[in-house]
Design a protein around this ligand. Structure first.
Ligand SMILES: [Zn+2]
Length: 218
């Protein structure tokens, strides 16, 4: 009799834990994943400047939106910066020092992936929308980039292609962790700039990126 009770208890526990695991996967598909978000530039480095608007501010602002959407899906998120500063520790090779510390932060956290955020810039103001760039230093980066790009193309109703980052570019080719650079809009586009001031738009854009990460990981 004792044995039957024990087996019954064990079976109940098993069913309960399986159900719990399934509901965790459904509600929090990114539970257990660590993602580093890297908002480009900061501090003395404004990034692209258009009509007095600084790329570094858009990058940080959107990084916060993306962080909260990824956390909604259960991910743990780290940011390489959470305010207006860069990561350089020396003034002599400021840019290199900034890059080196971002690389260290991303690689030494054992993150599952990094997402670096920047904005595009062109003299022609008609270009808008997001594009994903990848380094082939990690062979998984291209598929990740394509998965995110296809979701972004649905969002923007565009047909942009992912682009490989040339191997002489410093930062991304030194990061071993899987990840991509997303230029989530053009700072030179009045349409993108206006949209990025709208909370609902930012949330929707961040949701589409988060959704594509789930698609990639599942
Ligand atoms: Zn930039």
């Amino acid at each position: 009799m004792k044995k039957i009770v024990f087996l019954f208890a064990l079976l109940t526990l098993l069913i309960f834990s399986l159900a719990f695991k399934k509901s965790t996967i459904n509600t929090f598909p990114l539970f257990g994943y660590l993602i580093v978000i890297d908002p480009g530039h900061g501090g003395l480095d404004p990034g692209a400047v258009y009509d007095g608007e600084l790329e570094k501010n858009y990058n940080l602002d959107f990084a916060k939106t993306l962080k909260s959407q990824l956390e909604h899906l259960g991910a743990s998120v780290l940011m390489t910066r959470s305010a207006d500063y860069d990561l350089s520790i020396s003034n002599t090779h400021r840019k290199k020092s900034d890059f080196d510390n971002r690389i260290l932060l991303i690689d030494e956290t054992s993150a599952n992936m990094y997402i670096s955020l920047h904005m595009n810039y062109l003299k022609e103001t008609k270009y808008y929308g997001a594009q994903v760039f990848y380094s082939d230093v990690n062979k998984k980066n291209k598929t990740l980039a394509e998965t995110i790009q296809s979701e972004l193309n649905i969002f923007f109703k565009l047909n942009k292609k992912v682009k490989r980052i040339p191997s002489d570019k410093y930062m991304y080719n030194k990061i071993n962790t899987k990840g991509v650079l997303i230029e989530f809009g053009f700072i030179s586009s009045p349409k993108d700039r206006k949209n990025l001031l709208n909370e609902e738009y930012k949330n929707d854009l961040a949701k589409s990126i988060a959704k594509s990460i789930v698609t990639y990981l599942m």
